[in-house]
Design a protein around this ligand. Structure first.
Ligand code: ZN
Length: 427
């Protein structure tokens, strides 16, 4: 890389500071709430207009038939591509444009995009409209400095990441948008912070376990069979056997926070017996033995584990109870599963981003893995694209919180890192 390239890119980013702020504010002011999926078309049109004016060829893609897609709430995605002057590789920045519900506790307008000092406030500020804005400004600065670049830049804004990504990246990947012959490097500007490279995430298995019982009058429980007592036995086995086992399963994945550097299990919900009373109902419950009890488990697993073995731990425990506990019967229903992914630390996009972080921030980039999943799962599994990371401005712990904000300087620093990555890979 020529020595003054860094300085020229830095000057172009600095000259666009107001534009970076205004772009972030504009994006926050389009309230793309998911669910149900509001204003998706509006944000895609906004981005498509901005990028086509800069020479990008843009496509609006509706994920027809995907979960949640309807004429009332269509799942719109936007992909923009700008080809360089010479053949080369394609660097793709993928951001989700949806945001989660506002929730309570705000002291700022969640869709005001208010600038206060170095911070821009609003739902989606850090997760992840700030990252999307940073990637657009990075590409602008890079093209200004290197108009004759090789290869291509792509910028996408996709739907539904917050609800699994099926109307967004998964759909695009199925349609071939992330095939390795058209895209060679992917950066997802999720708010992992400007000095960290996220290589991937742990795996997920959600399942519903139901225990069976037999209804009877609550005054003569011996005439029935309580599904809740059976579930109690299941929970006891989980406490006694499964949690200690999971605590021994440590991973070499650099998961942050540290507590997630092992297998974990959460019991998301438990329901059994008579349904809870409607709000406003003032009567008493009826006395019945519960004939059904259900829990939903959320197991996060490691790259060192395989999913059939993870499932077998739970079914083994349930089958054990079935063998020894009179009347015990259960069913298990798979709800959702995601394989763990981890891009190699020596993959080209990782090396390039690490070098750029060191140049911009003067410190060694930290390599991390996310405890939960994000759209990289679809790019990896459906798109078969292994050279993919998450890298972007913002603090992860602010995501989905009241008074969410993103720092302007953090966005500017990340944009410079992204511009240097473009210069390195496409220069
Ligand atoms: Zn996000």
């Amino acid at each position: 890389m020529e020595p003054d390239l860094h300085a020229r890119l830095a000057a172009e980013i600095a000259a666009r500071r107001d534009s970076l702020i205004a772009l972030t504010q504009d994006l926050i002011r389009i309230p793309t709430l998911n669910p149900p999926g509001r204003h998706y078309r509006e944000i895609c049109d906004y981005l498509s207009d901005r990028l086509s004016a800069q020479g990008y060829v843009t496509a609006l893609v509706r994920a027809e038939g995907s979960p949640g897609d309807s004429d009332a709430w269509p799942r719109w995605n936007m992909v923009a591509r700008r080809d360089g002057a010479r053949p080369g590789e394609c660097v793709h920045f993928n951001s989700h444009h949806d945001v989660v519900e506002v929730g309570h506790g705000w002291t700022r307008d969640p869709f005001g995009g208010e600038l206060d000092g170095d911070r821009i406030y609003g739902r989606g500020a850090c997760d992840m409209k700030g990252g999307l804005a940073a990637s657009i400004i990075a590409a602008e600065a890079f093209v200004a400095v290197c108009p004759d670049f090789a290869g291509a830049i792509e910028i996408s804004a996709t739907a539904d990441e917050e609800s699994g990504g099926y109307g967004g990246v998964a759909y695009l990947a199925e349609q071939g948008w992330f095939d390795p012959d058209r895209v060679q490097h992917v950066l997802i500007p999720e708010p992992l912070h400007k000095d960290r490279i996220c290589l991937g995430h742990r795996g997920v298995w959600w399942a519903e376990v139901e225990t069976k019982g037999r209804i009877a009058h609550g005054s003569m429980p011996f005439l029935g069979d309580s599904a809740i007592r059976h579930m109690g036995a299941v929970l006891e086995e989980i406490e006694r056997k499964l949690y200690p086992l999971l605590a021994t399963k440590r991973t070499a994945m650099p998961v942050v926070p540290e507590g997630a550097r092992q297998s974990t299990l959460n019991i998301n919900s438990i329901h059994g017996g008579e349904a809870e009373a409607e709000p406003g109902f003032t009567g008493l419950p009826a006395p019945c033995v519960a004939d059904r009890c259900r829990i939903v488990i959320d197991r996060r697993f490691l790259i060192e584990e395989d999913l059939p073995a993870v499932k077998a731990e739970v079914t083994g425990l349930l089958d054990g109870l079935k063998a020894e506990r009179p009347g015990f019967d259960y069913s298990l229903r798979d709800l959702f599963e995601v394989r763990p992914v981890m891009t190699a630390a020596d993959a080209p996009v990782v090396r390039s981003t690490a070098a750029a972080i060191e140049r911009v921030l003067g410190r060694v980039a930290e390599h991390v893995v996310s405890p939960g999943t994000y759209d990289q799962k679809h790019i990896d599994r459906i798109g078969r694209m292994k050279n993919c990371i998450a890298y972007g401005p913002g603090l992860l712990h602010l995501a989905h919180q009241p008074d969410e904000w993103v720092g302007v300087q953090d966005m500017a620093d990340s944009a410079l890192v992204m511009a240097l990555v473009l210069a390195d890979l496409l220069g």
